[in-house]
Design a protein. Structure first.
Length: 446
């Protein structure tokens, strides 16, 4: 069975103001346990038939310590669901990266072979939307009025079908290695670092140069990581929102981001450690870099890779605010257990489970009632010097001013830009040579 594309009229440009306004009032207490969201607290399964459901995610969603390793989790949601539904056995598979999950998803979406519940990442949601007829319509279980509206809109196709339940969003702060900052002779207190980072990207790079000059080490892990943050602050970086035509090569803002990052690479501010690689993971533990753009879900990643580290969170972000990430759970329409899979996906994304996933890995809820609950707003993270993580990321979410448009080619163009920056970081090409290769790669996309 081949994939059959369909055009969707909805994108990611809408909703930034809604995001900011909805989370600005997160100090109000609301108990997620009282939610009537689909899936409820009993998992929504009433059948006694023995069922095996497969779940596929990537990186860390905070669902099960056993399947994902790393830091100890306060809650094992997979085990909890199986206890609530003794007739259901969950087989959980976690891909090493979003890229790996994406390749598997689009390879098997038409022919079959996907998990009963498949996670998709926000950057390739627009691609999935072009094949929305191959995914189950989840509208009947939509927690309307509880999720952020832009999360619902982004996963709703032109026919009004909801193809994904929102898991989290990714408001960004800056996480930093306290010992590394102090070794540079800099004030590593949270207040001092927040004040030093507050400003624009030039200010952030100047801080990085100060650190690099003092230590001879890279300030942040790699340019591709900072790219994600900078591109996420542009309204339409790669595609025209009206036509989906690729505009990346003609957009001066994209070239400005590239030039800023390659200049930082020349200064040694980038450590050149590829995200999700072994050296990057080791670098967190070894102090090979000092700071990183830190969406809320990154907390569990840092703690898992550097369990004995001394890290903290600066409640600041260059240019004010940014959102990196936010995923969805989908149910392939050709699956053998669509009804049971839908109930499971709805339960995992219900407010009380979103609050627990935040406690596990810092996945900030896309459910408004979960985000406003006392469990989230009063949450502190012991590993990060008892940082008030719930309060910080609620404030960072309220600071988001832009939700960039992400059309069907966003992932491919961004991946080409990531590769361009890595060629410079690794010394394989000069900045000019790598930009020329980027131009060729984007032109080939079409």
């Amino acid at each position: 069975m081949s994939l059959s594309r369909r055009k969707t009229t909805l994108g990611f440009a809408a909703g930034a103001a809604t995001l900011a306004l909805a989370l600005a009032g997160c100090s109000d207490s609301s108990d997620p346990e009282s939610s009537s969201t689909a899936g409820g607290t009993d998992g929504g399964s009433t059948s006694e038939e023995q069922i095996t459901l497969t779940l596929a995610t990537f990186n860390q969603f905070g669902y099960s310590a056993d399947s994902e390793g790393g830091a100890d989790y306060a809650y094992d949601l997979i085990a909890e669901y199986q206890e609530l539904n003794p007739n259901v056995t969950i087989v959980y598979n976690v891909a090493d990266t979003s890229n790996t999950a994406r390749e598997n998803f689009f390879t098997k979406l038409g022919p079959g072979g996907l998990a009963d519940v498949e996670a998709i990442e926000v950057d390739w949601l627009p691609e999935a939307m072009t094949y929305s007829d191959l995914l189950a319509d989840l509208t009947g279980g939509s927690p309307d009025g509880d999720w952020l509206q832009w999360k619902i809109d982004a996963a709703t196709d032109a026919d009004g079908r909801l193809i994904g339940y929102g898991t989290d969003i990714g408001p960004e702060a800056i996480c930093y290695n306290v010992d590394a900052i102090e070794a540079a002779g800099m004030d590593a207190s949270s207040d001092a670092m927040s004040a030093a980072i507050d400003g624009d990207w030039d200010n952030f790079m100047a801080l990085g140069k100060e650190y690099t000059d003092a230590t001879g080490k890279g300030f942040y892990e790699e340019n591709a990581a900072v790219l994600q943050a900078m591109i996420g602050q542009l309204e339409a970086p790669y595609e025209d929102p009206e036509t989906d035509e690729i505009i990346a090569l003609d957009n001066p803002e994209v070239k400005e981001v590239y030039d800023t990052l390659t200049a930082a690479s020349a200064e040694g501010i980038s450590a050149g450690l590829q995200q999700w690689g072994d050296d990057w993971a080791a670098g967190m533990a070894n102090g090979d870099f000092a700071a990183m753009p830190c969406p809320s879900w990154m907390l569990g990643v840092i703690e898992g890779n550097a369990p004995d580290g001394n890290w903290d969170i600066a409640n600041a972000f260059p240019n004010g605010g940014g959102n990196w990430g936010g995923s969805y759970l989908t149910v392939p329409a050709a699956g053998a257990n669509v009804e049971a899979a839908t109930a499971f996906a709805a339960w995992l994304t219900a407010p009380e489970q979103q609050a627990k996933a935040f406690a596990n890995v810092g996945a900030f809820p896309s459910s408004e009632s979960a985000a406003a609950s006392e469990d989230v707003t009063t949450y502190t993270r012991a590993y990060f010097n008892d940082a008030p993580a719930g309060e910080i990321f609620a404030e960072r979410a309220a600071a988001v001013a832009v939700a960039p448009y992400k059309g069907p080619h966003y992932f491919e163009v961004n991946d080409a830009m990531v590769n361009a920056l890595r060629r410079v970081d690794e010394g394989v090409m000069t900045a000019d040579e790598s930009w020329a290769q980027f131009e060729a790669d984007v032109t080939a996309i079409g």
